[in-house]
Each structure stands twice: as structure tokens, then as C-alpha cells.
Design a protein around this ligand. Structure first.
Ligand code: GAR
Length: 224
């Protein structure tokens, strides 16, 4: 598309977000998109749980929402195949997992290889899986954080693009630590999506590429 000024503008990248819970990352991303601060258009928000708080937030922003319950499918591969079909029906160029709390199989991941991002509340490769804040506290870590990574078939194991680090305070509880980490999640996830939408970020094999260079370490920001 060519604007009147002669500058070339890209159409916004179609995105589908998957959530399971309150959807604060989804809301941040969708709000920035609606304000024109992110070059994406949110085609749909999909949840595996009808009670996910984020569904109401998305519907309130006039974003199409859908729920696909695992209870309606005999097993994980069958659910993942149905989820892939539903997501593909919105023709997204990028899938954003934003607190989608399910282990995904190849049936879902393969069709979207290199086009799916996840945010995980730890400094990967530390603490894959659940209860990351508790594990960081139990281990008396001095630094904790969150990571944005490409999704591959290895659980929480795809190439990490960006990380946010926060110091762990002596009086931190799981809740206070999680809250500080989440504040930074709301910065690193939009930044990563922005890079992808502008064609600056891609996955080549198992390697994340930013501006044509292999990312040998995640881009990192520090909070307090
Ligand atoms: C986020 O903190 C995200 O890092 C985490 O779920 C939370 C969702 O919050 N994701 C995972 O644990 C994935 N393994 P939100 O619904 O408010 O965005």
C-alpha cells in the first residue's frame, strides 16, 4: 500500500491470540493494536476455558472470541487438530500464546511453525513448566523474570527472543514477584510482536533471527 506522501506502509499483520485466564497480556497487546501502536490486527481471541476472564475483555473491544473445550474431544491430538482448524479459519500470520495453559502437540504446532510465540514466566531455560515464581523463591534466586520465545515441539524449549529480568526482593511472595514480572511481560511481548510484524524477526530452523542476524542471546531488559 502506498500512502499519499509516497511512503510505503505495510498492512497490519493478522494475529490470533490464545488465552486461558485473565488475559492481561492479550489486553495489553490488543489495546496497543487498537491504538495503532502495534502494526497488527487481532482477528480473534480463543480460549480453552469458557470462564477465562480475558474473553470478556476481548469481546468488550469488539474482538471476535471463541472457546474450544478439551472436554469435547477424546484426546490431546484430536483437540489440537480441532484447535488448528479453528485458528486457521481466521487466517492469521502469527499465533500469540498469552497464558494459554495447555501442552501442545505437533498437530497444533506444525501447521504454524515459525509463526507462533509464547510468553513464559521464567528466565528460560530455567523453570520450564508450572509454578515458576514459587520455584525461583524456593531456590533463593537473586534474579527472576519472563521470556518470549518461538514455539517449537519442545515444551517451553523454543528459541528465546527477549527476556525481562527482575531482582528478587527478600520480602517477595509469589504474588508480589509475579506482579513485577507481569509488568515487564507487558513490555517485552508487544516489542517482540512488533519486530515480527515488521518482518524484522523470524525463525530459521531452530535459530531466531533479528534484523538478518542470528540472535545468539535474548534481547534483555531489566526491571526493579
Ligand atoms: C503470564 O504471566 C504468562 O507468563 C503465563 O501465564 C500468565 C498469563 O497471564 N504463562 C505461562 O505460564 C505459560 N506456561 P495473563 O492471562 O494475565 O496474560
Amino acid at each position: 500500500m502506498t500512502a499519499a506522501s509516497g511512503t510505503v506502509t505495510q498492512p497490519p499483520l493478522p494475529v490470533v491470540l490464545l488465552i486461558s485466564g485473565r488475559g492481561s497480556n492479550m489486553h495489553t497487546i490488543a489495546t496497543q493494536a487498537a491504538r495503532g501502536e502495534l502494526p497488527i490486527v487481532v482477528r480473534a481471541v480463543i480460549s480453552d476455558r469458557a470462564d477465562a476472564g480475558g474473553l470478556a475483555l476481548a469481546a468488550g473491544m469488539q474482538i471476535p472470541v471463541a472457546t474450544l473445550s478439551p472436554r469435547d474431544y477424546p484426546d490431546r491430538p484430536a483437540y489440537d487438530a480441532a484447535l488448528a482448524t479453528l485458528v486457521a479459519s481466521y487466517q492469521p500470520e502469527l499465533i500469540v500464546l498469552a497464558g494459554f495453559m495447555r501442552i501442545l502437540t505437533a498437530n497444533f504446532i506444525a501447521p504454524f511453525a515459525g509463526r507462533m510465540l509464547n510468553i513464559h514466566p521464567s528466565l528460560l531455560p530455567k523453570y520450564r513448566g508450572l509454578h515458576t515464581h514459587r520455584r525461583a523463591l524456593d531456590n533463593r534466586d537473586e534474579v527472576h523474570g519472563a521470556s518470549v520465545h518461538f514455539v517449537t515441539e519442545e515444551l517451553d524449549g523454543g528459541p528465546v527472543i527477549m527476556q525481562a529480568r527482575v531482582p528478587v526482593r527478600p520480602d517477595d511472595t509469589e504474588a508480589t514477584l509475579a506482579a513485577r514480572v507481569q509488568q515487564l511481560e507487558h513490555r517485552i511481548y508487544p516489542q517482540t510482536i512488533d519486530w515480527f510484524a515488521r518482518g524484522r524477526l523470524s525463525l530459521r530452523g531452530q535459530q531466531a533471527m533479528l534484523d538478518g542476524m542470528a540472535l545468539t542471546a535474548p534481547v534483555t531488559i531489566d526491571g526493579d
